[in-house]
Design a protein around this ligand. Structure first.
Ligand code: HEM
Length: 503
């Protein structure tokens, strides 16, 4: 009897796999066929549009904004359809829907496969969000303001030592090296926030999670659990746990002494709270390390890319932005010194960051997964299990909210006429409005945005006061990168820095 060869088994295995993906996709295509489409609509041809999406997703969203203004449309990705709602009425409906109807965490889980890349406990218990809300709000940030500032000064001196010669620095890499220090000064305190091995784990964790998620998302949905289990969560968590374990012991010892222990080597109010609010099960070094690394992931990439966009504008349009921002920082700090209060008076920096977040939003979609069927106010029905997203593009580029919406205008929100036009509503970088959703919306709006903006403003203020800057290639601002749904600042461009020369 003839024996099957290895290649034959591969084909035998591949056929049912491809058929299952096809039937699943086809089934979803059928259920959503009443919704207009960007790209091809049929099950097989839509794969071509899905491939186009992988490379030009952002452009397809812009196309959707133009063709389906104020409407609902869908587009295909390699694994499923996305339904996108354009306009404030639909966005408000998603914002108001309870988690039991439209789930934030399920959408995130499907995108970065939290269960397998981090661990199922990160989905079952999200108590770290309430610790971020309670410890990193403006009132508590005011109490640790000087620690953050101290760490920023220390980090700049270390990573960009003052030099009278122009020196070349890869922008994103350098900013990440600096930013991880003040962020971890808040999360874990001194001296761990200066331990290079620990800091490197935070950066590595982000790469681990995204790489694993990309690999998992290549498999058909029914194989993801199997492959995910074989792969296991990032081992970086275990290595970080070795650093966190002694801090947990110190905290528990201090608690049992009624917090009279003065011998603690390392303390952070944030970590203390994360430990104290944890259930017995959540208090293990691995789980606490996993939560800290997850917060690093949530905060580092987003904050650092925003700052790099800012640097490219400062270095490229120096007279327009660098000089006025410098003058503002000098004027306010010479009069009032450094505090959260004086920082909040720097309206030009604040406006500059809000505009960067509006024009260079990292992702143009805020996604949820329906846990039940839902009917929008225009009668469009979407079934259970649909990935439904509000388009922040449709809010950020709306002509009625922003004159010349495609133009970057860094001081848009300090312009008196503009503020009056908007009825003097708060237009600070942290304030979420129906026409500004870079920090999300509703109950899942980013709880870390207060910490993010303090770091952004302090780092920028430090840069403009202490350094001169220019682009390595001065003729043009480095081009943004579009990958799938993400928009990123150029990741390889460099800036030139030298110690500021006072005229
Ligand atoms: C410029 C920096 C940042 C940007 C642009 C940003 C943006 C976002 C966005 C768009 C969301 C999703 C909201 C939604 O879908 O409605 C989010 C959620 C979140 N962000 Fe941020 N973020 C930033 C910094 C940070 C920082 C520094 C931290 C940590 C301290 C953080 C922690 C979180 C967490 C924990 C969530 C999930 C909230 C939840 O589950 O309800 N983010 N962020």
């Amino acid at each position: 009897m003839e024996i099957l060869h290895y290649e034959d088994y591969q084909i035998l295995l591949a056929i049912p796999l491809l058929l299952s993906v096809y039937f699943y996709y086809n089934c979803e295509t059928q259920r959503l066929r009443h919704i207009p489409t960007i790209g091809f609509n049929s099950p097989i041809l839509s794969y071509l549009s899905a491939i186009k999406f992988t490379f030009m997703g952002y452009k397809m969203i812009q196309e959707g904004y133009i063709h389906y203004h104020g409407q609902i449309y869908k587009f295909p990705t390699l694994t499923r359809w996305y339904v996108v709602v354009n306009g404030p009425t639909f966005t408000e409906e998603i914002r108001k829907a309870p988690d039991s109807t439209m789930s934030f965490i399920n959408a995130l889980d499907e995108t970065i496969r939290i269960t397998y890349t981090m661990g199922h406990y990160m989905i079952e218990n999200t108590y770290h969000n309430s610790v971020v809300q309670s410890k990193l709000n403006p009132r508590n940030l005011g109490n640790i303001f000087h620690e953050i500032n101290d760490e920023i000064i220390h980090a700049f001196d270390l990573i960009i030592p003052p030099s009278t010669e122009w020196r070349r620095y890869p922008a994103l890499e350098t900013i990440i090296k600096i930013l991880c220090r003040p962020v971890n000064r808040v999360f874990v305190g001194l001296p761990l926030c200066r331990n290079q091995e620990y800091l490197d784990l935070g950066v590595k964790f982000t790469t681990d999670v995204f790489t694993r998620a990309i690999i998992l998302n290549m498999f058909p949905f029914f194989l993801v659990p199997l492959v995910g289990r074989v792969m296991g969560p990032s081992r970086t968590i275990h290595r970080a746990a070795d650093h966190i374990a002694p801090l947990i012991n110190e905290n528990l010892k201090a608690q049992s002494n009624g917090n009279k222990d003065s011998e603690r080597k390392c303390s952070s109010l944030f970590l203390d709270s994360l430990i104290e609010k944890a259930t017995e099960e959540e208090r293990s070094p691995d789980r606490l390390a996993g939560r800290l690394l997850t917060l690093d992931l949530a905060g580092m990439h987003t904050t650092s890319t925003t700052l790099v966009h800012a640097l490219y504008y400062l270095a490229f349009r120096g007279n327009e932005y660098l000089e006025p921002i410098r003058a503002e920082v000098e004027e306010i700090t010479s009069r009032e010194g450094w505090s959260l209060d004086s920082l909040s008076k720097m309206k030009k920096i604040d406006s500059f960051f809000r505009e960067i977040l509006r024009v260079h939003t990292m992702g143009p979609l805020l996604s949820r997964i329906t846990l039940k069927g839902y009917t929008f106010s225009d009668g469009t029905w979407i079934p259970k299990g649909t990935m439904v997203s509000a388009s922040s593009d449709s809010a950020h580029y709306d002509q009625s909210s922003y004159p010349n919406p495609r133009e970057f205008s860094g001081f848009r929100y300090v312009d008196k006429g503009e503020r009056e036009r908007k009825g003097n509503r708060s237009y600070d970088a942290v304030t979420i409005t129906e026409d500004f959703m870079s920090f999300g919306f509703g109950k899942h709006a980013c709880p870390g945005r207060f910490l993010a903006t303090v770091n952004l403003k302090l780092m920028l203020a430090h840069l403009v006061l202490n350094y001169d800057m220019k682009l390595e290639h001065e003729e043009k601002r480095p081009k943004d990168l579009y990958i799938g749904l993400s928009i990123l600042p150029n990741t390889t461009a460099a800036i030139m820095l030298r110690k500021r020369v006072l005229e």
